[in-house]
Design a protein around this ligand. Structure first.
Ligand code: NAD
Ligand code: UGA
Length: 457
């Protein structure tokens, strides 16, 4: 029975120990809630059980260890047992893309099936909360029918679970901060009671200052896609303006972004021009929404253009390098930064990988450095590129270096550091270097007047 007066007395399970599942579970556990984390990847669970994090996410190890030490965070290898021991079950499995960009719901279906069979063999009322990102109508057309089919032949009336859609808005690299300080909580439901229980849980955790939006399943699903697609749109927009800046004299994208960002109707965030958005979510979610819209008979022209603009942007970076060294053939190019953004070791859809791929196709010799993700990249490029754990050795002998990620340590690079290069062409994709302190290099910044305006790329 779910206890409403002190909701924190309930047991909560998380299926899927990725960034979302583990961070949320660890935060709930740090609040004194008995929280069970389960995953089908046992080596992931083994690490967590030993207080280690299977990926790099700042401050998450501290949060996990608080829960482990208090005994409020419990690692469970048997997913059925985790579900049967809990009143509230969060689904936090991955929803990766198929080759064509549409959403692959395999893990969602698996987790839902396991939950339904767990209830069937041990009936008890539960909340099932879909925190994974799922395209609109997934809950009504896929998740609920799976549960209905498995629970259809018994009298489960008062044991039938409440199904809720509760999308997540945290960012990798600041997952702990974002989980502790959400800007919004969205609860989609078709049943008032379950939504009220979840509302109470969140109110007890977060107090009354966070807006909680109660809505339908479909709105909750689409809010998540609209949110990520809008962020992606801002980035593709500013990258478009940056590429115009690069082709005219005396233009600087950051001055323009700062100015338009002061218009409260536009806002200053997500207007940093760069190599295009990467990561496990913005690219996949924009593509999945495009595919979903097409599947219901609508061609979302704006989103298609946002995606195409983003796919192109890595070439803009490669063209800056090519321009600097005349021909890429045989040239040594150092790539600083491999993860999809700083403060994470996640290389899913990292633009650096696309740039490396283009460089290799043009027969350049590629050397790479990253503070956290070298090992992941080795698994992709093997001996086709050179790996360095030290920035200076990565720069040594290079004809050109491209700063792909704004890791803090790259911001501190000085004239002396670049002296080890053969030819000091430095491409600053995020414009992080202080050019007033760099006198002796050929400095090229994305979004500042570098490319001949007659170029057509
Ligand atoms: P992830 O891929 O890092 O981790 C998912 C975990 O689920 C994996 O460890 C996998 O082994 C496990 N899993 C898959 N199927 C399972 C099953 N049937 N039973 C038990 N475990 C199973 O995922 P993530 O990055 O944490 O993202 C999870 C979801 O949240 C996705 O839908 C994503 O789009 C969404 N999301 C992610 C972020 C983010 O920053 N990563 C932010 C907001 C929303
Ligand atoms: C993004 C969203 O910001 C989160 O709200 C959302 O929960 C998450 O996706 C998700 O659904 O998984 P994340 O991908 O972790 O979070 O990281 P972001 O900070 O959004 O960066 C995404 C990409 O956009 C990175 O490649 C980053 O370099 C790029 N970016 C970001 C820009 O090019 N310019 C900007 O101004 C901001």
């Amino acid at each position: 029975m779910i206890e409403l007066n002190n909701i924190t007395n309930n047991k909560i399970a998380f299926i899927g120990a990725g960034v979302v599942g583990l961070t949320t579970a660890a935060f709930f556990a740090s609040k004194g809630i008995y929280t069970i984390i389960t995953d089908k990847n046992y080596s992931r669970l083994e690490l967590i059980k030993n207080g280690k994090i299977p990926f790099y996410e700042p401050k998450l190890d501290q949060l996990v260890n608080v829960g482990l030490n208090n005994g409020t965070l419990v690692v469970e290898y048997d997913t059925t047992k985790a579900i049967q021991s809990s009143d509230i079950v969060f689904i936090t499995v991955g929803t990766p893309p198929f080759e064509d960009g549409s959403i692959d719901l395999t893990y969602i279906k698996e987790a839902t099936t396991t939950i339904a069979y767990s209830i069937r063999s041990y009936p008890a009322y539960k909340l099932i909360i879909i925190k994974s990102t799922v395209v609109p109508t997934t809950t009504s057309k896929i998740i609920k029918p799976i549960i209905d089919n498995i629970l259809n032949d018994e009298g489960y009336e008062d044991k039938y679970p409440a199904i809720l859609v509760n999308p997540e808005f945290l960012r990798e690299g600041s997952a702990v901060h974002d989980t502790i300080n959400p800007h919004i909580i969205v609860i989609g439901s078709n049943n008032g009671e379950g939504a009220n229980i979840l509302d109470k849980l969140y109110r007890q955790i977060y107090g009354n200052n966070i807006p909680i939006i109660h809505t339908t399943w479909e709105n909750a699903e689409l809010i998540k896609y609209a949110n990520n697609s809008f962020l992606a749109t801002k980035i593709s927009f500013i990258n478009t303006i940056a590429n115009i800046c690069s082709r005219i004299n005396n233009a600087d994208i950051d001055t323009i972004a700062n100015a338009i960002g002061l218009d409260p109707r536009i806002g200053s965030l997500f207007l940093k021009a760069g190599p295009g958005y990467g990561g496990s979510c913005l690219p996949k979610d924009v593509k999945a929404l495009i595919k979903f819209a097409e599947s219901i008979g609508y061609k979302p022209r704006l989103l298609i253009s946002v995606d195409e603009t983003n796919e192109y942007q890595s070439l803009e970076v490669v063209n800056l390098a090519e321009k600097a060294v005349s021909s890429l053939e045989g040239k040594v190019i150092s790539i600083l930064g491999l993860s999809f953004k700083k403060d994470t070791d996640d290389i899913r859809n990292s633009v650096s990988l696309k740039v490396i791929d283009h460089l290799l196709r043009n027969n350049a010799c590629v050397k790479v450095h990253d503070p956290k993700s070298i090992e992941h990249v080795k698994a992709i490029f093997g001996n086709k590129i050179e790996y360095h754990t030290n920035v200076i050795s990565c720069l040594t002998g290079a004809d050109c270096c491209i700063i792909m990620v704004d890791w803090d340590e790259y911001k501190l690079l000085t004239n002396k550091d670049f002296n080890v290069m053969k030819d000091k062409n430095v491409i600053d994709v995020w414009r992080i270097l202080d050019i007033n302190k760099l006198t002796d290099i050929k400095y090229i910044a994305l979004g500042r007047s570098n490319i001949n305006k007659n170029d057509s790329i």
